[in-house]
Design a protein around this ligand. Sequence first.
Ligand code: ZN
Length: 439
Amino acid sequence: MRYLRPDYIYTPRGWQRDRLLTIDENGRIAELLSQTEVEARGLRAEAEAAREPLRGKALLPGFVNVHSHVFQRALRGQAQRPVSGHDTFWSWRQAMYAEAQRLDPERLYRLARATYREMLAAGYTTVGEFHYVHHQPDGRPYASPNLMAEALLQAAREVGIRLVILVAAYARNDFGQPALKEQLRFCDPSVAAYLERVEALRELGVPLGLAPHSVRAVPADWLRAIAAYSRQHRLPLHIHADEQPAEIESCLAACGCRPLVLLERCEVLGPQTTIVHATHADQAELDLLASSRATVCLCPTTEGDLGDGIPPYRELLTRQIPLAIGSDSNTRLDPFEELRWAEYTARLRYGERRVLVTEPEASPGTYLLTCGCEHGAAALGVESGRLEPGRLADLVAIDLEHPMLQGWTLESLLDCLFFGATAEVISAVWVSGKQVYAR
Ligand SMILES: [Zn+2]
């Protein structure tokens, strides 16, 4: 057993004061004991020893970063210079492809190790790595076909972050267009070859999900096969959709329907599905997401950086579509900033304040935390996201004495974090009950 005793713990019933959190040998939360219970169990000595390290601290569930392309961290600050006279998502993509061409297993491993450390320090305890640079630059597989995935797994293991590898499928540049030279290393020759690599990773016991890249990169027969495999093995399925208007136009031209309608026809939508972005989804597409109980992963700092647009937050919320967050291109790693951007861009879109709330009287802090933790964990099939018995002990400590939080009250603490703080207030991080970071 391990013991943590902070000033406050955020539980599904709200803030609890002076509880002893016990963690079992499987890294799961066993109990949250009151002082009376501590006495009754004869745990007074353990509780006293656990007190000092977490004085002035509050515990929150660890944040879940549902969508990352870790190698894109190398572009931070490098992709702001002009590429063309009129820079857009598509000209940014050229810079990203150039970086993808430079990768080899060693470079990917080093980038991942540094970036996963940065994620942990920011309070992310789990990352969903949407991994698509699989093969050698000319498209030939490495001697071990999952060598690049193994580089990511090793980096995550060494750093101590929980990694769910979302194995991307990629087949072509666009509807009816073969892959470009720069895309060859993302591509498998067939959906069977792709699923073979997935099988090999599953045999290693690695937590994973399936990730057909997008409707433009993956043909309909692949989508059907991948969706069937995800249902058969109960694996999460993640896919980019409706990030850019050009994708919707080419889908309409090629298939006569919008991307989420195509996904519905290919039986891709379901409770195991996460749609990344959905920035330009229309009302009918949003209805499909709601009826299939899919999740939407928003990546506000990346969507801002790339000029994608502002997602239809209110329409997502009124349909009770669960929202999660991802750091995507890793241009920033800070869950408070990511979620603040969600609420702020929603305010800019609707010309109102307090958009991301589920009850008329609520402030946004509570729901932002749910998006950052619980919804993200569910999207990746990880049993974390709430501090309650039985869940994985993935958690972060907040330094209540940090100057950014000066003036907090229990009632305002979550809002103080999301609207007034950065990840600098995170003082320690645990994954499966093991401390993996301390400031
Ligand atoms: Zn992405």
